[in-house]
Design a protein around this ligand. Structure first.
Ligand code: GLC
Length: 422
């Protein structure tokens, strides 16, 4: 095994962590970063499972089973799970917990579980029961989301920006103001939500911050598609309904989807979340083509030398480098490797094979040159943020999806040995 597969495997193995809680619940997961993010993070785990599925599918299954082991009896699975120790005392006020001893936060992240489970099941011929095993926990999570978070049209709401996965995204600057992540006022938002027991319904009733987020709802449709692939047939219609409701409510005149804030106000700030609907099987083709042609492939917006920047380069809030100290302001410009797993399926489905190969080739190039960093400068490719960051190992999955194509074709191939395919 050479090249990228080796880089990915080394980091994932070093970040792997397994054991049992004091009350005997076994866990096994990959820390996104040993130093900076030692806990289990919901959507990181889903993407990391995709990487493991190409390297060691048994670990991919263990990773997802650990998420499920953290499921509450009511179906909820937290944004962050504290397997090894409770959240540090000094950090408790800023965490979305009710009390320090909580095993997980009360908040959510993009609910990709069933989607990731279906992907891993496809690569688990040695564990034929795994596919069906995912249905009950995924359904329980979906029922919780429907009960606690869904509006009348089935779209989900969030009560904090970090629930979108994109903590400091400029999309929420306007409605949050001084309470935007990670400004000091953010603690006030957390406190208000703690008082409401992190209830979305109560946040809506009290007219406080809440949003219908494009990325979370794209993940919601993907998860229903995943559940259908696991064998739960009614989920197929649900995936389509979510996609239809997004087109009806979130699609803007310019061809992008934007999140809506309190009072249903559109928040037209172009971030990569606006492109995430490309991942949905049920996105109408004409909507997808417009997103790709008018936005994604525009070199002044998203098609930068190292695509895809987390915020469009045409946005006033766009900053290509790291921002914020000591608390980083994430997702305001740099390229993160969470993104291609959402955009690539759309490019392939709509027939943009060269562009898909280019995107994967550039993503692999970042990792080959800079290692697995948390994010990268979209112009220079310089690695930024945490080092040895697990999610960036997902490039091994991306490479498989384009059939190793970019590694051997003219599309900015990875070093001559064609390392990615291993
Ligand atoms: C940051 C990111 C979030 C991710 C977490 C762990 O908070 O914004 O999306 O889950 O780090 O990697």
């Amino acid at each position: 095994m050479t090249g990228l597969r080796q880089i990915a495997r080394e980091v994932l193995e070093a970040n792997w962590c397994e054991g049992a809680t004091v009350d005997g619940v076994p866990y096994a997961y990959t820390r996104p970063s040993r130093e900076r993010y030692p806990e289990q993070f919901f959507w990181d785990s889903c993407l990391i499972a995709l990487a493991w599925s190409r390297l060691d599918p048994a670990r991919a299954r263990a990773e997802l089973r650990s998420l499920v082991a953290a499921q509450r009896p009511d179906g909820h699975i937290g944004h962050t799970i504290f397997w090894r120790a409770p959240v540090r005392l000094s950090r408790t006020p800023g965490y979305n917990v009710m009390r320090r001893s909580d095993r997980a936060t009360w908040t959510i992240q993009p609910p990709l579980l069933a989607w990731a489970w279906a992907e891993v099941a496809d690569r688990s011929p040695d564990d034929p029961g795994f596919r069906e095993e995912g249905i009950a926990p995924a359904l329980a999570l979906h029922r919780w989301l429907e009960r606690e978070r869904a509006d009348d049209d089935g779209l989900l709401g969030i009560l904090q920006p970090d629930e979108s996965g994109l903590d400091a995204t400029p999309a929420y600057d306007a409605p949050l103001g001084r309470r935007a992540h990670p400004r000091p006022g953010f603690l006030r938002l957390v406190r208000a939500n703690r008082r409401r027991r992190f209830s979305y319904r109560r946040a809506v009733a009290e007219g406080d911050f809440h949003a219908t987020d494009v990325l979370v709802n794209s993940a919601w449709s993907m998860a229903w598609s995943g559940l259908a692939r696991l064998g739960h047939a009614p989920a197929r219609d649900r995936a389509r309904q979510v996609a239809d409701a997004m087109v009806a409510r979130l699609l803007h005149d310019d061809g992008l989807m934007y999140s809506r804030g309190p009072g249903g106000r559109p928040l037209p700030v172009a971030t990569w979340a606006s492109l995430a609907p490309l991942a949905m099987d049920d996105l109408p083709d004409e909507v997808g083509h417009r997103m790709v042609r008018d936005h994604l492939l525009d070199p002044a917006r998203f098609w930068l030398p190292y695509p895809i920047p987390s915020t469009s380069a045409a946005e006033p809030a766009f900053r290509p480098g790291a921002q914020g100290w000591p608390a980083p302001r994430y997702w305001r410009g740099p390229t993160w490797l969470f993104t291609p797993s959402f955009v690539l399926p759309g490019l392939l489905r709509l027939g943009y094979r060269d562009e898909a190969a280019h995107l994967v080739g550039r993503s692999c190039r970042l990792v080959a040159d800079q290692g697995l960093r948390e994010y990268y400068d979209p112009y220079t490719g310089a690695g930024l943020g945490a080092r040895r960051f697990s999610v960036s190992a997902v490039v091994v999955d991306l490479a498989e999806r384009v059939g190793g194509g970019p590694l051997h074709s003219g599309h900015d191939s990875i070093p001559p040995s064609g390392e990615v395919t291993g």
